[in-house]
Design a protein around this ligand. Structure first.
Ligand code: HEC
Length: 116
């Protein structure tokens, strides 16, 4: 019986941790408004103000998370990504912001497709 309880407690705790790591779409929407991300990436995050700016809507969630964390690392560390514009943008974000924003942007409609 004790083992079952321990197993259930473990499953509940991992479920909680996973839900947390997945990010919150509503919180992500609030965060992109707070940080004015749309001013460059476009109101729908699919029509950026300049063709050289990436479309973010519908990109894979783990990729978006990774990209933002890489900008936070900059070019100093391993897996870093250096960009004069996005480096400054990403460094103001908390880790929770990154998770929430990735969840929100991933949830948006897109015409991007993944071909194999
Ligand atoms: C001043 C314009 C500007 C603002 C504001 C801005 N971005 Fe960006 N963003 C860019 C540019 C330019 C790039 C491409 C940089 C590069 O080549 O690495 C980019 C790249 C990205 C990428 C990587 C996309 C990919 O396909 O690799 C993500 C994710 C991203 N931005 C998210 C955000 C978020 C979230 C915010 C708000 C906190 C934000 N951006 C605000 C200009 C901006």
């Amino acid at each position: 019986m004790k083992k079952i309880f321990a197993g259930v407690a473990f499953l509940l705790s991992t479920a909680f941790v996973n839900a947390h790591a997945a990010g919150n779409i509503a919180a992500g929407e609030a965060a992109v408004k707070k940080y004015s991300c749309a001013s460059c990436h476009g109101a729908d995050f699919h029509t950026p103000i300049d063709p050289s700016y990436p479309k973010l809507a519908g990109q894979p969630q783990d990729y978006l998370q990774h990209a933002l964390i890489a900008y936070q690392r900059g070019s100093d560390g391993p897996n870093g990504r250096s960009n004069a514009i996005m480096g400054g943008q990403a460094k103001t974000l908390s880790h929770q912001d990154v998770l929430d924003i990735a969840a929100y942007l991933h949830s948006l409609p897109t015409t991007l497709v993944l071909r194999k």
